[in-house]
Design a protein around this ligand. Structure first.
Ligand code: FES
Length: 113
């Protein structure tokens, strides 16, 4: 079975955020992707505070002036290096990371096992 990439890098500007739908461990999930130069990090699009989506509309994320990701529900702020909440109602908690890799100009889920 041939997998499709999550996103092509030429549609994903540096320092950008994107939302994609993907099947992870058999479940359809919304994922949040963050591009940091040649690297991409991914997390489930689920806030650790109350389990809401982080975007206010699919793929539309709030950023603070200093680049933090701000949850649209109650304003928890996450730094995008480790996905840690650094301010707001779930301070100290983390977004749940999903393993992805960059290959052939696109972002792919890292194959399990
Ligand atoms: S659900 Fe994100 S801050 Fe409450």
């Amino acid at each position: 079975m041939k997998a499709d990439p999550l996103l092509k890098l030429d549609h994903f500007p540096d320092d950008g955020l994107a939302e994609v739908e993907a099947v992870v461990d058999g479940d359809a999930e919304s994922l949040l992707l963050f591009r940091d130069g040649d690297r991409v990090r991914a997390w489930f699009n689920i806030c650790p505070h109350a389990g809401r989506r982080l975007d206010w509309s699919p793929g539309r994320f709030l950023r603070s002036k200093d680049g933090l990701l701000v949850c649209a529900a109650h304003g928890a702020s996450f730094e995008l290096g480790r996905g840690e909440c650094v301010a707001g109602p779930c301070r100290g908690e983390h977004l749940r990371e999903v393993a992805v890799e960059v290959r052939d100009g696109a972002v792919w889920l890292t194959a399990g096992d």
